[in-house]
Design a protein around this ligand. Structure first.
Ligand SMILES: [Fe+2]
Ligand SMILES: [Fe+2]
Length: 195
């Protein structure tokens, strides 16, 4: 008997928002570590590509945190000072990224600004993971729902920037087998700030 061909669609499974953001942190830390490890032994254009990549990842990460995660956390944990500080840290990192755009990558100042950015981001990651995330984990926030919204928005932005779509699988959420809904992504993206 002939079996009818079945359309097999990719499955996107959503982990929680804290897991997603922590994965982003590890990704940018790894990129900064690669830049540091290759320092002095790398062609200028290759270094520039790595820096461009880490800056793109950071800008997407900041945008989804500011557009989706932080507003939800502000309501859930009611710690205005902590959240204001986190947004200030984003602003200072963004100002370094803007400066990087106007410095030639073979100028020693370029490397100095990359190091300053790496240090600033490391400090910010520590603040989020050691202070903010523990508060979020014991709050009422629906971590999976916010994670789903955040991933959809990230993918929309990645698509616009020509970056690969992230397909995240997490064995803790096997029942969450939903496809990326373009209307959901559009709704989430329309609430994002421009990066
Ligand atoms: Fe973060
Ligand atoms: Fe952040």
């Amino acid at each position: 008997m002939n079996k009818r061909p079945q359309l097999v669609l990719p499955m996107v499974v959503y982990p929680d928002v804290v897991g997603l953001l922590t994965m982003d942190h590890r990704k940018v830390q790894a990129l900064f570590a690669e830049i540091q490890a290759k320092r002095g032994r790398i062609r200028v254009h290759e270094k520039f590509e790595l820096v461009r990549k880490v800056c793109a990842e950071l800008l997407i990460h900041f945008a989804v945190e500011e557009g989706i995660f932080y507003p939800a956390v502000r309501e859930a944990i009611e710690d205005v000072r902590l959240m204001d500080e986190a947004e200030d840290e984003h602003e200072s990192a963004k100002s370094i990224i803007i400066m990087l755009g106007s410095i030639p990558p073979d100028d020693p100042m370029f490397d100095a600004k990359v190091r300053a950015l790496a240090e600033q981001i490391e400090h910010h990651i520590q603040d989020e993971e050691a202070v903010m995330f523990p508060k979020v984990l014991v709050s009422e926030l629906d971590l999976v729902a916010v994670g789903r919204e955040l991933l959809a928005a990230k993918n929309e932005m990645r698509a616009r920037l020509g970056l690969a779509i992230e397909e995240i699988a997490d064995e803790h959420f096997p029942e969450e087998d939903m496809y990326l809904s373009s209307s959901h992504a559009r709704n989430a993206a329309s609430r994002m700030r421009h990066i």
